[in-house]
Design a protein around this ligand. Sequence first.
Ligand code: FES
Ligand code: FES
Length: 257
Amino acid sequence: MTDEREITLTVNGTEHTIEVEPRRLLVHAIREDLDMTGTHIGCDTGNCGACTVLKDGEPIKSCLMFAAQADGAEILTVEGMEDLPEADDIHPLQEGFREEHGLQCGYCTPGMLMAGKALLDEHPDPDEETIRDAISGNLCRCTGYQNIVRSIEYAAEELENRAAADGGAVAADGATGGGSAASPQGDASPEGGHAAPEFGGDADTFCGREDCCGGPDGADPFDRDALLEANDADAAGDAGGTDDAADTDADDRGDTK
Ligand code: FES
Ligand code: FES
């Protein structure tokens, strides 16, 4: 028989005292003893990141820690996201995953959200490389990561906008030049808001236009048809017809002219 010990975990602001065996993993304590099944188990070996929670503000894989090791800790799980001060109806990160299609099966999403939360707490305006680094311990089988990166970028901008609307000191952030605070739609210039390269590549490779808005930071992040139509118009006006990127776009849609 294994001795149990009493531990206290403050999860999403509520204190819980539970009895656990010394060998009990934190993820099992959260899911089974506290009945918070939003935290997922994908591998139980520390590889997938599905079980990521914040312990005292730091992202940890809860399948790699005994519950007893977390005695006295403050834990944030996905269930607590919508109650955070920066959340409106839902947290901007959750909103970002919805708006930018960052989830498909959604299995990895709780871990991604927690990794994203830890990142934005430390780096409110991360570049793409920093985001990819922050989620490198989280596996997603479905989305190819690009939409997840965009989801976190969306949240960063939304948080910045909300802070600016609240009279926060966002504009003092020299890295952004205060561009987003002045312009709700952002600014394609490198000094203001997000430049196109932060959305997945060079500006001239996203839609084929030299002045590509860069996608999600543009006038309408989902109006790609309009971008492609504008692209076609450019291609039609191009007497040489040598715009490779435009040709590719046309071919993609079965337009063989
Ligand atoms: S379940 Fe913890 S890393 Fe996969
Ligand atoms: S959305 Fe399916 S594993 Fe990430």
